[in-house]
Design a protein around this ligand. Structure first.
Ligand code: S3P
Length: 183
């Protein structure tokens, strides 16, 4: 098998993988972190959409969550193959056993956390978040709490965490850089 030049020595620089619930800032933090470290950036949800040719909301509506998780697994597999990238995952990626295994094996995994109220305020109408769309604020907070409880064990597999309540994007980026030794 031919070895691409860019792969030589690439394992000296592990990926940085951002996980955590919706609305914790994974995409914005990841984009800014990648730019500051001059690394490639991959947002797994955008990769899913590019490969499927439709939005996450459309995949949930037309094909269902189980199909979305399959597409997510394929996108995670593709993303972990890009050496030295900063990878932002969707909030449910760690829940799938295979996606979790791939992500934990691929580099330094940092979880972004936030209180349910912060999450709901950040995601606004949640029109593009099918798991929370169409609910009023109180129902959204209740659903976030229930999902966080159901996902506690999966998220616990990524113990290095940054609590993002009260921090702006640059503040979170600085904390992530400290955690991964790139400060
Ligand atoms: C999901 C989170 C979303 C997206 C999909 C499912 C989840 O990503 O993958 O709507 O299960 O928590 P974000 O965390 O980027 O919003």
């Amino acid at each position: 098998m031919a070895l691409a030049l860019r792969d030589i020595g690439a394992d000296d620089v592990p990926q940085i993988v951002l996980v955590g619930f919706m609305g914790t800032g994974k995409t914005e933090v990841g984009r800014r972190l990648a730019r500051s470290l001059r690394r490639p950036f991959v947002d797994v949800d955008r990769l899913i959409e590019a490969r499927a040719g439709k939005s996450v909301a459309a995949i949930f509506a037309e094909d269902g969550e189980a199909r979305f998780r399959e597409l997510e697994r394929e996108a995670v597999r593709e993303a972990v193959g890009l050496p030295d990238a900063v990878v932002a995952t969707g909030g449910g990626a760690l829940v799938d056993a295979e996606s979790r295994r791939l992500l934990l094996a691929s580099g330094r995994v940092v979880r972004l956390d936030a209180r349910p109220e912060t999450i709901v305020d950040r995601i606004g109408s949640a029109a593009d978040r099918p798991l929370l769309a169409g609910l009023d604020r109180a129902a959204r907070i209740a659903k976030v709490r229930a999902l966080l409880a159901a996902r506690a064990a999966a998220y616990g597999a990524a113990p290095d965490a940054v609590v993002t309540d009260g921090l702006d994007i640059d503040g979170v980026v600085a904390r992530v850089r400290q955690l991964v030794g790139e400060a």
